[in-house]
Design a protein around this ligand. Structure first.
Ligand SMILES: Nc1ncnc2c1ncn2[C@@H]1O[C@H](COP(=O)(O)OP(=O)(O)OP(=O)(O)O)[C@@H](O)[C@H]1O
Ligand SMILES: Nc1nc2c(c(=O)[nH]1)N=C(CO)CN2
Length: 171
C-alpha cells in the first residue's frame, strides 16, 4: 500500500471463526490471504479463543479471533473479497450456523452504518456474540499509533510470504 493510500485508508475489523480440521491453519491461511490482497494491510490481531458453539450447538468447538485491517477497498467490495477467500479455503454452505472451515464476517468499516441487500454494517449479530466481542475489544484496546506503525511495517515485509505465523497463541 502506498503512503497516499495509507493516508486515506479506513480501519475495518473482521471476525474469523473455524471449527473443522486444522482450525489454526485455516485462521492463518485467511490472514495470509487478507494481507496479500492489494488494498488491504493487516494491522492488528487478537489472541485466538477456543469457544463453545453458539446457536447450532451440535458441532465442534470453534477457534475465533478478530483481525484489524487498513483498507482502501469499498465496504461491499471488501465483503466480496471475504466471501472469495472463504470459498478458496473450502467453505461449504450447508447448515445455517453449522460447521465451517472458515467464516469471515465484516464487523466494522470505519464509522460507517450501511444496509444493502448483501451487507449490513455494523454486523447485526456482533453485539450478542461474546466470541466476537471479546477479541474485538482486545484489538481495539491495543490500537495505538506506535504499535500500528510497527505492525504494518512488519507485515509489509512479510507480504507475499506464505506460512508465516502471524498470531499470538491462545493462553
Ligand atoms: N457484515 C457482514 N459480514 C458478512 N456477511 C454479511 C454481513 N452483512 C450481511 N452479510 C451477508 O450474510 C451472508 C451469509 O453469510 P454466511 O453464510 O457467512 O452466514 P453464516 O455464517 O451462516 O451466519 P452469520 O451471518 O450469522 O455468521 C453473506 O453472503 C453476506 O451477504
Ligand atoms: N462459538 C462460535 N459459535 C458460532 C460461530 C462461531 O464463530 N463461534 N459461528 C456461527 C455462525 O456464524 C454459529 N456459532
Amino acid at each position: 500500500m502506498t503512503a497516499e493510500e495509507r493516508e486515506r485508508s479506513i480501519a475495518a475489523y473482521v471476525a474469523l471463526g473455524s471449527n473443522i480440521n486444522d482450525r489454526e491453519q485455516y485462521l492463518q491461511d485467511a490472514i495470509t490471504a487478507l494481507n496479500q490482497e492489494p488494498g488491504i494491510v493487516v494491522t492488528g490481531l487478537s489472541s485466538i479463543y477456543e469457544t463453545e458453539p453458539v446457536g447450532y450447538v451440535d458441532q465442534s468447538a470453534f477457534l475465533n479471533m478478530v483481525v484489524q485491517l487498513q483498507t482502501v477497498i469499498p465496504a461491499e467490495d471488501l465483503l466480496f473479497k471475504l466471501l472469495a477467500i472463504e470459498n478458496r479455503l473450502g467453505r461449504k454452505r450447508d447448515v445455517r450456523w453449522g460447521p465451517r472451515t472458515i467464516d469471515l464476517d465484516l464487523l466494522l468499516y470505519g464509522d460507517e452504518q450501511l444496509t444493502t441487500p448483501d451487507l449490513i454494517i455494523p454486523h447485526p449479530q456482533m453485539h450478542e456474540r461474546a466470541f466476537v466481542l471479546v477479541p474485538l475489544s482486545e484489538v481495539l484496546y491495543e490500537r495505538q499509533d506506535a504499535a500500528f506503525e510497527f505492525i504494518s511495517a512488519n507485515l509489509e515485509k512479510l507480504e507475499g510470504k506464505e506460512g508465516v505465523v502471524l498470531w499470538k497463541k491462545a493462553q
